[in-house]
Design a protein around this ligand. Structure first.
Ligand SMILES: C[S@@+](CC[C@H](N)C(=O)[O-])C[C@H]1O[C@@H](n2cnc3c(N)ncnc32)[C@H](O)[C@@H]1O
Length: 274
């Protein structure tokens, strides 16, 4: 490893304090491979000099960029497929029936990365529920990383990205090709409201949510952080709302106030009725 143990531990502590992401002791290669491009971009001749600069100074933009560089932004349209089938076939039809008086739905995609997840939700709604066009649909998408949020807002995807999970009919209908990239249509893009939100900090005031998706991010956190996030989610999820986690994540043994709900091949969580 190029970094000394002290430098490596400094980065681990910085990332833990700022994002709650736990970097195990064997993640030296990961830290180096993620920090090297940042060091080069910022004009450092080595990652040691980058880390030493951060060590010497109070938290500022460089530290933020280093933390963001350590996040994993892996995502895709309609990731894992089954949760979106559950949304289409069970969850949204149920909520549409329950909210027929107020004609409003609030959906939150936390840790939304480059936007494929919230845009999958907005395309799914547009495609399958034309009756919702006269409803107030609020899709909030949040992430820790300002850079990834800027990418998400832009709604621009490479050929490789649209090849992953997006049905061909949706590509034709909801995207336009300009140059080598695909741009999401403005009406679908504008359905999603992006905000910065660090799940491990105090959350800003959020409206009560009908659907919450916090997928493929809890895996990076320690047990206490997971418990805190599940408890905070419970406070903003409506009593009859639906909560989706990633395929490798669960509330089991962390928070007993949730119960599993199975919709064919998809698992989601609901607040347990006492
Ligand atoms: C693997 S992506 C998951 C994207 C999407 N939810 C999905 O399942 O495809 C994880 C995202 O979590 C974000 N993240 C990491 N730590 C976070 C934190 N403390 N608060 C909010 N977002 C965080 C990262 O910036 C990254 O975009």
């Amino acid at each position: 490893m190029t970094l000394s143990i002290l430098e490596f531990n400094y980065v681990r502590r910085l990332v833990l304090d700022q994002s709650a992401i736990v970097l195990e002791e064997d993640k030296g290669y990961l830290v180096e491979s993620r920090l090297l491009p940042l060091a080069r971009r910022e004009g450092f001749t080595s990652i040691n000099l980058l880390v030493q600069k951060m060590q010497a100074e109070p938290f500022h933009g460089l530290h933020r960029l280093a933390v963001e560089a350590m996040t994993t932004n892996e995502t895709s349209f309609f990731r894992d497929f089954n949760p979106f089938e559950a949304l289409k076939n069970f969850v949204l039809p149920d909520l549409i029936a329950r909210r027929s008086a107020e004609r409003a739905l609030s959906i939150w995609c936390a840790a939304s990365s480059s936007g494929q997840e919230p845009y999958s939700v907005s395309m799914l709604i547009r495609e399958n529920f034309p009756q919702l066009s006269s409803w107030k649909i609020h899709i909030l998408a949040t992430d820790l990383s300002t850079d990834i949020l800027a990418r998400a807002r832009e709604g621009r995807y490479s050929q490789l990205e649209v090849n992953r999970g997006l049905p061909a009919s949706f590509l034709v209908k909801y995207f336009q090709k300009r140059g080598c990239d695909w741009y999401l249509r403005d009406d679908i893009r504008n359905m999603v409201d992006y905000q910065i939100l660090n799940l491990s900090n105090v959350w800003p005031a959020l409206p009560p949510m009908d659907i919450v998706m916090i997928r493929n991010v809890l895996i990076y956190f320690g047990i206490e952080t997971k418990k805190e996030i599940l408890a905070k989610t419970r406070r903003i999820l409506k009593p009859d709302g639906y909560f989706f986690l990633g395929g490798a994540e669960t509330t089991f043994s962390l928070d007993h106030s949730y119960e599993r709900a199975q919709f064919e091949r998809a698992t989601c969580y609901r607040i347990r009725k006492t």
